[in-house]
Write a protein that binds this ligand. Structure first.
Ligand code: MSP
Length: 713
């Protein structure tokens, strides 16, 4: 059996997943399902990139070991893959690869050794020891040249990363180098001889001009004393491998390179080379560094490197957790089906180009293309089969003596023109899919939906049903509708697996669309007499105004939680530029009740609407500790009934022992803009009464038991 190996990038474990990560996984899942349907034996890899200084820092900041940090974030990635049907149980990935797996370490070290023993195309050692001096961006895990950073505002400060706007680290130490400068010509020859190696074309051209501009040798290790969280360089454990050398290698170690056991279970020999799918943000690593490492180690090049565009926010900025402008997966999942999200991502942007994400557009597409388009075609066809044919797929035959009556009703007695149109659309669909032109492939399907919808409307089955002489015409029309839906379900399976199965179920077909190769589809295979299943809307219409109002509210709340999610890779306190002083914000003010000496009476009346804008919730203190160098502040993590606990600071350290507060139910203001105090972001405010002259805080709470997250109103 022919094999096919597809990969997504492996994701950093300093951030929770968002739409961007989901997007690559969904696209890869779609290709994997398509290839399986075509009869190939597929291996689909996704996973996490767990080493390096950035992860080490994120873990330290949050009081975790790097291993705990990795496990913590991996659990969120796995939750995402399960909820969006991308895991093995749902027919998605075959491995969730982690660079902390021991077999990976073995494999990477083998790769390093092979590269270290090799000679460059110019006959020199591919890896050598030298001294690196320059700037490094931890979040990018990349050394930066002068045109890749911004000069600082104040002399003496470090320069800033152009991507993250965070200060760079100065590195001046002994390092192993990969002699990349010797591989330029070999790389250009590779791009030249395999014109579809990097896609799309525009990205290929960018890579070519980058390589033509000249390559510098690449530092591929850090001293263990600077970066200890990583894989040791073989035979020189004082050095830790550069995280990209480690990460890129996962694509081969996962399937057995350098480890006999993995080779037996999966098979490097069997599956390599892979098709790498990734965002254009990390194209250089995949299209320049990775092929050079492979050349040095004498390993075959990847099958192809396919770079997709970025999801942008409404202001055109790339969606990222650092910027706090991501689409929250919980919100997405709550209001939309998995298949609606998949469909939207495939159809809305031309694969390879950037696209802005709008919830409105997602609602509109769900309502128009899915509910009114595909869903309506299915329900109208099946409802009429129930009504006019006792719920059984009717015969498609129109006998010759009925040709004329059919024609009189405007129906072509021969199904050929429809079946040819379907075959043509199917062939176009396959061509487009092979080219990653998903949006165009779906256009092919929706053109058929429109055509068959019109065919039904023009034939007016409800009129035909009144005329016994048109019985065969009526049956033929309904058969054509149902058989078209069978075809569409097979074509749509990779894009919308759940929907395809639902369509099959409602048509009464008891085999799996995943098992039908679209190229083998034959008109007329749906058997007359098949008892159809229960007819249910596959895409109920979404109430746009109501849903948008809910989404706005939830996204605002989500935005509060994102920035300071305990695991965020935001700069450390020491790196953060000082916040502009908050007007009147004191540490004591972090407890609402203790904010200001309270006025004697109520000074001004507010409307109920003003009060309703304040989101008061029940929270439970999970952890409590003093903030270093502050007499007043305590730092809590509080469960407010959301997926992640919030970090909240309160100026009550003079009055409460932190240990005694653990488990206590409190009231918090949940929709207060986050603010930073002593380098920690507070994502809410704790309510307390303010007693006496000194304003001693007394925490508000409850006598009865109340669930976390309950609203106060
Ligand atoms: N760990 C490296 C990759 C190593 S691969 C050997 C890394 N990780 S990452 O967590 O930053 O993930 C980057 C990838 O996530 C992008 O290449 C893309 O696949 C996906 N996306 C992250 N943000 C995205 C958007 N805003 N839009 C689309 N995809 C995005 O880089």
């Amino acid at each position: 059996m022919k094999t096919f190996y597809i990969t997504t990038p492996i994701y950093y474990v300093n951030r929770f997943p968002h739409l961007g990560h989901l997007y690559t996984m969904m696209m890869a899942d779609c290709v994997a399902r398509y290839k399986r349907q075509r009869g190939l034996e597929v291996f689909f890899l996704t996973g996490t990139d767990e080493h390096g200084i950035n992860i080490e820092r994120a873990a330290a900041r949050d009081g975790r070991t790097p291993e705990e940090q990795a496990d913590y974030v991996v659990s969120y990635f796995k939750k995402m893959t399960a909820e969006f049907g991308l895991d093995t149980e749902h027919g998605g990935y075959d491995i969730f690869m982690r660079t902390t797996y021991p077999f990976h370490e073995e494999g990477v070290q083998e790769l390093w050794r092979r590269a270290a023993r090799s000679r460059t195309p110019k006959g020199r050692e591919a890896i050598y020891k030298g001294f690196y001096e320059g700037w490094f961006c931890a979040p990018c895990a990349e050394y930066k040249t002068e045109d890749e950073y911004k000069k600082p505002e104040h002399a003496g400060d470090p320069p800033l990363c152009l991507v993250h706007d965070t200060p760079l680290d100065r590195v001046a130490e002994e390092s192993y180098f990969f002699r990349l400068s010797d591989y330029g010509e070999a790389l250009l020859a590779l791009y030249e001889s395999r014109t579809d190696f990097i896609r799309p074309e525009a990205r290929r051209n960018e890579v070519i001009s980058f390589v033509r501009g000249g390559l510098q040798d690449l530092s591929i290790s850090r001293l263990k004393s600077s970066v200890s969280w990583g894989i040791p360089v073989p035979d020189d454990p004082a050095h830790t491998m550069y995280v990209w050398f480690d990460a890129l290698s996962n694509y081969i170690t996962a399937i057995g390179y350098g480890n006999d056991e993995r080779e037996r279970v999966v098979g490097f020999e069997k599956f390599w080379p892979a098709l790498h799918l990734l965002g254009k943000d990390i194209l250089r690593f995949h299209a320049v560094y990775w092929p050079s490492f492979l050349m040095a180690a004498g390993i075959e090049q990847p099958r192809a490197i396919i770079a997709h565009g970025m999801w942008l926010d409404q202001n055109g900025r790339r969606m990222s957790k650092t910027l706090g402008n991501t689409v929250e997966l919980d919100v997405l999942r709550k209001h939309f089906t998995v298949d609606a999200v998949r469909y939207f991502c495939l159809r809305e942007i031309v694969f390879g180009q950037d696209g802005k994400f709008w919830y409105e557009a997602l609602v509109d597409r769900t309502n128009s293309d899915l509910a009114s388009g595909l869903g309506n075609l299915l329900s109208r066809t099946l409802t009429m089969i129930s009504r006019y044919c006792d719920g059984r797929v009717p015969s498609s035959q129109i006998s010759e003596d009925r040709y004329l009556v059919a024609k009189r009703a405007g129906v072509d007695p021969d199904p050929q023109s429809l079946s040819s149109a379907l075959e043509h659309a199917r062939d176009q669909f396959i061509l487009n899919f092979e080219e990653f032109a998903f949006s165009r492939a779906l256009d092919n399907v929706w053109a058929i939906i429109a055509r068959v919808d019109k065919m039904i409307s023009d034939a007016k089955p409800w009129e035909l049903a009144k005329d016994e002489s048109q019985r065969q015409t009526l049956n033929a029309i309904l058969y054509r509708g149902a058989e078209t839906l069978r075809w569409l379900a097979v074509l749509l399976y990779p894009a919308m697996p759940e929907t395809a199965r639902k369509i099959f179920g409602q048509l009464g077909i008891n085999y799996d669309p995943a098992k039908i190769d679209p190229a083998q589809l034959q008109w007329g295979t749906l058997e007359a007499g098949t008892q159809i299943g229960k007819v249910e809307p596959i895409f109920p219409r979404i109430d746009k105004a109501k849903t948008m109002a809910e989404i706005r509210k939830e996204s605002e709340r989500g935005a509060h939680a994102t920035e300071a999610d305990a695991v965020q890779g935001a700069p450390t306190a020491a790196q953060t530029r000082p916040e502009p002083p908050m007007k009147g914000a004191t540490e004591a003010e972090m407890v609402a009740g203790a904010s200001q000496p309270s006025p004697e009476g109520v000074t001004s009346m507010i409307e109920i609407g003003d009060f309703m804008r304040i989101d008061l919730r029940v929270g439970q203190i999970l952890t409590a500790e003093r903030v270093p160098k502050s007499d007043k502040l305590l730092r809590f993590t509080v469960d407010v009934g959301e997926e992640n606990p919030r970090q909240i600071l309160a100026g009550i350290a003079e009055y409460y022992e932190p240990e005694k507060l653990i488990g206590r139910k409190i009231i918090i203001v949940a929709n207060l803009k986050p603010r930073k105090l002593r380098g920690f972001e507070s994502q809410g405010m704790v309510l307390a009464a303010s007693i006496g002259e000194e304003g001693k805080p007394v925490l508000a709470g409850f006598v009865e038991d109340v669930p976390n997250g309950a609203k106060l109103k």
